[in-house]
Design a protein around this ligand. Sequence first.
Ligand code: GMT
Length: 374
Amino acid sequence: MKIGIVCYPTYGGSGVVATELGKALAAQGHKIHFITYSQPVRLDEFNANIVFHEVLVSEYALFQYEPYETVLTSKMVDVAKHEGLDLLHVHYAIPHASAAYMAKQILKEEGIHLPVITTLHGTDITLVGKDPSFEPVISFSITHSDVVTAVSESLKQDTYKHFRTKKDIQVIPNFVNLEKYKPNHAGCGRANFAAADEKILIHISNFRKVKRVEDVVRIFQKVRSKMKAKLILVGDGPERYATEQLCRQLGVDRDVRFVGKLKNVEEILCTADLFLLPSEHESFGLAALESMAAGTPVVSSNTGGIPEVNVHGVTGFLANVGDVDAMADFSLQILSDEDLLEKMSADSRKRAEEFSLENILPMYLDIYQSLIAK
Ligand code: GMT
């Protein structure tokens, strides 16, 4: 099949899922065309089955805001026509779903049928998309996509709650590459971060408000007051400065390592004993799944789609958003009991295996094939 994939190229989960999906499809021999404004972060090797089409928006004095959606639409039309795409799979509703609808209509005029699949990821529905100024366009483009998928049951329900659409939404959970994310990764350098008698806690995110990174630090401070431990913070974003300030204020800065954005998070995940994800909202929690695949249990909030991934008492623990005391107590419970830590680590890996590429990829392939067959 010739498949167009539209996504955000950045470190966010939706871009990661789209890129990994494209790479997996390319490995099966499908021709994949990525359409976005810069090279996706995880698309870093040459692959004969993958082409990247850059969407370039030119500046013009008249534009206060550059018309990205218009240029993106034209690029979709161009790639679909000249590469002979069988379908277009857009990740993240804004503005990809509406641009795809427009591209589809333009191609229709030229006698070309282009099926469109929209995958909803989270903030496109629960945060940004909820803004009333987006509502009519998102509702319309969801309704008029040929197929809509959501990464969790929770996100599916949120979509019905916030948007006027009766469109059937199929839940296809995110997946993880079990070969890449594994316990005891060869490159694991635990000693770079902590002494042998210290535990390592980790958090990976884009440091946006919704991630509640300050809660991560507060949980760590409580853990640190009871046992020797280090905290690794991976990623960067608007809350980084405030987080650094809080570490100093709470006197834990010497035990916290900010490592910035990393492309290969599997190399660091496997050093950790526990992953913290106290988000305000999370439609799936891909970072938690990747952590579980690396054999690292998770203490998280119980919001959105997280409970569909992290199983309370099995792969870690869940607590109410903002309940830093409960999350610290759960962390201490796991980290101070070697048997429990070992069991939860093994159960985390086992649970992650349910979200393997091998299990999830066929769900997308089924959709693609049924659309092409129509
Ligand atoms: O986590 C983010 O803020 C980035 C965002 C994105 O769209 O890239 O992530 C969303 O999509 C991920 C992949 O499907 C999900 O794992 C995240 O839970 C979801 N983020 C939120 O709902 C906050």
